[in-house]
Design a protein around this ligand. Structure first.
Ligand code: F0G
Length: 434
């Protein structure tokens, strides 16, 4: 059996060759996923091979994505693989954040340690590689910033032309700067993420450009390895909870698929519960999950949040995310701008740091332990999706008391840390340090 694209909808399940350039099922419009033969090795054999590869200098083995290639059933000719040695991100203990979140212990899986500083690299190495396998010359995406930074890097590394579309004035400079530096043709569109996604889909089809948004199922496959690597680092002992921010809902879809496949292969014995956290002003999935049914999903028309990475009102992957939250007995929560801002500073005080969207995880944990939905003794891993330096403007404003919410309401910095301007006088400075 070879790898195929297959319609995600249980009533359809039509298969297509993986060499077809499609992003939705041509028959029913459903989302697509990649399916392929199960690895022939036993679970113990896989665990041993994956550990051994950590000692290897071969590029595919050094990648924290392709090291786990038995979980990626579509491995192309290795010469086509575009890798920047993505993945390999640490698990970090964070005692201060644990206390802040109402837990005895909390571990962060920090995807901000990736080559372009976000979890997008795990998926992009697969998506960009697939573009090359298909003989595509140009790739495109709409992005709240991280996808575009990642796509620009991987496309340029692989000799493809990156074309990105971003909501004008609504992404952080750190991310825009990366896209420009990595050579992307960059369009700042006067529209929001959801509107631009529709535009890019039309353009991609008309111009034969390969689309690398998370609707692309090869990206989802790559993002699965975030959890495979996490379980490997935990010696295959799953935690009780895995907490992740929710925007376009690609990540939670990938995580759920990875967990189900790992249980099926006997790599882990049970599925941890997934907690998805959204920003209150951009929380259509949270709203939907209050009374979910096939036709009750309502987009948020004007999504708002300073956590611009997750400022998305019409997430494409909600059907997959729904399945995965249910399959893991998971939960969806929403948090306010103030809660995100303070949780972010708390992650910083651990010496770890992250971008605003990532901090939604800790804000969500605090809320869920407060409500008794997560027990304080639970073993929790939160995924920090982006690096602290992605959005320095937000940080400076928070610490200097200048951060205001989307409606102009001031956000108070509970952990504010003002820089102090001083004259060049050692005596004076010394008196300030006693
Ligand atoms: N955290 C960060 C830092 C992100 O950049 C994103 C998404 C998310 C969380 C949400 O992940 O979409 O899989 O639910 N950023 C996308 C982008 C949309 O264009 O960079 P999701």
């Amino acid at each position: 059996m070879s790898a195929d694209l297959i319609c995600f909808e249980s009533a359809c399940r039509t298969r297509y060759p993986i060499t077809e350039v499609i992003y939705n099922c041509p028959r029913c419009g459903g989302l697509l996923e990649v399916t392929g033969p199960e690895p022939s090795e036993s679970a113990a054999g896989l665990k041993r091979i994956w550990r051994e590869r950590r000692m290897s200098n071969a590029p595919l083995d050094q990648s924290g994505v392709w090291r786990y290639r038995e979980m990626l059933p579509f491995l192309p000719d290795p010469a086509d693989v575009i890798t920047l040695r993505e993945g390999n991100t640490p698990l970090l203990d964070a005692p201060f954040a644990a206390r802040y979140g109402g837990l005895q212990r909390l571990t962060f899986k920090h995807q901000g340690f990736n080559p372009t500083g976000s979890f997008k690299d795990n998926g992009m190495t697969c998506g960009a590689t697939q573009a090359r396998r298909l003989g595509m010359k140009r790739v495109a995406c709409v992005s709240t910033g991280n996808t575009s930074a990642s796509m620009a890097a991987y496309a340029s590394a692989g000799g493809l032309q990156p074309i990105i579309f971003i909501p004008h004035g609504n992404i952080s400079y750190g991310k825009l700067a990366q896209a420009l530096e990595y050579g992307a043709k960059t369009f700042q569109v006067e529209a929001n993420f959801d509107q631009i996604l529709k535009l890019v889909r039309v353009l991609a089809e008309e111009l034969g450009i390969y689309l690398l948004n998370s609707i692309n199922p090869f990206r989802i496959e790559g993002q699965k390895t975030i959890l495979v690597e996490m379980m490997d680092q935990l010696d295959w002992n799953p935690p009780d909870w895995i907490v992740v921010p929710g925007g376009n809902l690609g990540n939670v879809s990938a995580f759920g698929k990875a967990l189900r496949e790992m249980v099926q292969l006997g790599l882990i014995s049970r599925i941890p519960r997934l907690a998805v956290i959204q920003a209150a002003g951009s929380a259509p999935f949270h709203e939907f999950m209050q009374h979910p049914s096939r036709d009750s999903f309502r987009p948020v028309e004007h999504p708002e949040t300073l956590a611009t990475a997750i400022k998305i009102g019409d997430p494409v992957s909600w059907p997959k995310a729904w399945q995965e939250v249910v399959a893991s007995s998971g939960i969806v929560e929403k948090v306010t701008e103030q809660e995100i801002a303070d949780a972010k500073a708390a992650v910083g005080l651990c010496g770890i740091g992250c971008e605003p969207a990532s901090a939604a995880t800790l804000a969500g944990i605090r809320k869920l332990t407060g409500a008794g939905a997560i027990e304080g003794t639970s073993n929790v891993v939160a995924v920090l999706t982006g690096n602290v330096l992605k959005d320095p403007d937000y940080i400076y404003k928070y610490h200097t008391g200048q951060l205001t919410g989307p409606e102009g309401t001031p956000l108070l910095g509970a952990f504010g840390n003002q820089p102090i301007v001083v004259c060049n006088d050692p005596q004076k400075i010394a008196t300030m340090l006693v």
